[in-house]
Design a protein around this ligand. Structure first.
Ligand SMILES: [Zn+2]
Length: 446
């Protein structure tokens, strides 16, 4: 006898596509026990799997609008100076307030899991403490957004191996051993490991870092790295090592299914073949890559060649999975001057949402497919009366949402079978907006 709860929808987006009239039975642990045929009354119109946000630096939510003035050649690197100013000012209490607000925004917009690429480790001035880590973990817990925490190893300021600069002091560990002490001190809250980039991690540190992290976290923990994001990064790496960052990475460590290459924007055709042969994931951050002027990943080719990919909100200048997916598809259209670049005969919504949900689960270290037996019941329920969806046939609704919709088309969001968001509002929402605004004023008035 089934003793959990059940939810019935007009349709669900399962691993094989849309299935009409389905009841999802959910066990006391919040995981799906069974999916069976079911009819009215419905609990909602279309239930799609919640999206994993596979790459977030939550503190950067405070940065929107900074670094926009043009002084000559405006670029990623001037934005980074503004980011350093924020990183050096922010307190653990302010980080908690910003993280609560941002994680709530994520959930309201359809992210049901976040992978936090956490490099703001130390106190202002560089003294050691886990207060910043605690702020992030507590915020995710308080909001109810499941978190994969990836502590980041960061040592140098460039490919020449120069020591990290004064502005980077809160990010930096002196050695792999030093970092592993931090990782060990974090205990169960650390779920994976992230060498920041090959700019920040000397190649000879990679093997001891991965081996040391495996000894603490186990051999299935996900590994993430920023790689091939900017052309300047690629050029500097070639100059120093005679190889691109992705070539250098592959020469230093065996890349495999646990590896997540964040951005990989400038991966060459041959490098994308290597990534696919290794069954590694790429983590695309389309809004951030557009915002920073990084470039456009060859997503069409990678998608149609069955490569793995996830999406992340990265700098959190805008927090919305549907906007990320739209930017990804529209970027390909603008480059190619053609429509439907990631679409199949099923349209754009079904294949692309499913592709990125699957990649997001890989990035977070999950094995099972979304919306299948044993997976956590994380659902985004589209609203039959939503402004972009109303009056549309079932088959068109998800495409309509991808090309033109937003949070107003979301009726509810479930995490582990619990309805956490209703009509864009977090259930039992604490006073997170006031605390967020106070933190923003304090940071930028100082
Ligand atoms: Zn990043």
């Amino acid at each position: 006898m089934f003793d959990g709860r059940s939810l019935t929808f007009r349709a669900i987006l399962g691993p094989e596509g849309f299935e009409a009239d389905r009841t999802i039975e959910i066990g006391p642990d919040g995981c799906i026990v069974r999916i069976v045929p079911g009819g009215p009354p419905y609990d909602g119109f279309i239930a799609i799997p919640g999206m994993t946000n596979a790459h977030s630096h939550v503190f950067q939510r405070a940065l929107a609008g900074r670094g926009e003035a043009a002084y000559g050649e405006e670029s990623f690197w001037t934005w980074r100076e503004a980011m350093y100013r924020l990183a050096n000012a922010i307190t653990p209490e302010q980080l908690y307030a910003i993280a609560c607000y941002t994680y709530a925004e994520m959930m309201c917009n359809g992210f049901t899991h976040v992978v936090e690429f956490h490099y703001l480790h130390h106190q202002s001035g560089g003294s050691r403490s886990l207060a910043m880590t605690d702020a992030i973990v507590t915020a995710a817990n308080d909001i109810g957004l499941p978190l994969t925490l990836l502590p980041v190893y960061y040592r140098t300021s460039g490919f020449d191996g120069a020591p990290a600069s004064f502005e980077q002091k809160r990010f930096v560990h002196d050695s792999v051993e030093d970092f592993l002490l931090t990782l060990e001190a974090m205990g169960d809250v650390a779920n994976g490991v992230a060498p920041h980039s090959l700019r920040a991690v000397p190649p000879e540190d990679l093997v001891p870092l991965i081996e040391g992290a495996e000894a603490i976290l186990g051999e299935s923990a996900p590994i993430h790295i920023h790689v091939s994001e900017q052309m300047r990064e690629v050029l500097e790496c070639r100059e120093r090592f005679g190889r691109t960052p992705i070539e250098l990475l592959g020469d230093m460590v065996p890349i495999g299914p646990r590896w997540n290459l964040v951005h990989a924007t400038h991966a060459t055709d041959a490098e994308r073949v290597v990534i696919r042969e290794a069954a590694a994931n790429v983590v695309l951050c389309p809004l951030t890559e557009a915002y920073l002027g990084d470039g456009i990943f060859q997503a069409r080719e990678h998608f149609h060649a069955s490569g793995f990919a996830a999406i992340g909100s990265d700098c959190n200048v805008r927090v919305s999975p549907v906007d990320e997916v739209r930017q990804l598809e529209y970027g390909q259209r603008l480059r190619d001057q053609k429509r439907a670049r990631l679409a199949t005969e099923q349209g754009v919504g079904v294949p692309v949402w499913s592709w990125l949900v699957d990649g997001g689960r890989r990035a977070a270290g999950y094995g099972t497919a979304a919306l299948s037996c044993g997976s956590r019941a994380d659902l985004v329920v589209l609203d039959e009366e939503g402004p972009t969806i109303c009056g549309q046939e079932l088959e068109v609704a998800l495409d309509a949402w991808i090309v033109g919709g937003d949070v107003r088309d979301i009726a509810s969001v479930y995490v582990a079978g619990q309805r956490r968001v209703e009509k864009g509002v977090l259930n039992g929402e604490p006073d997170i907006k006031t605390a967020f605004a106070a933190a923003m004023r304090a940071i930028w008035s100082s």
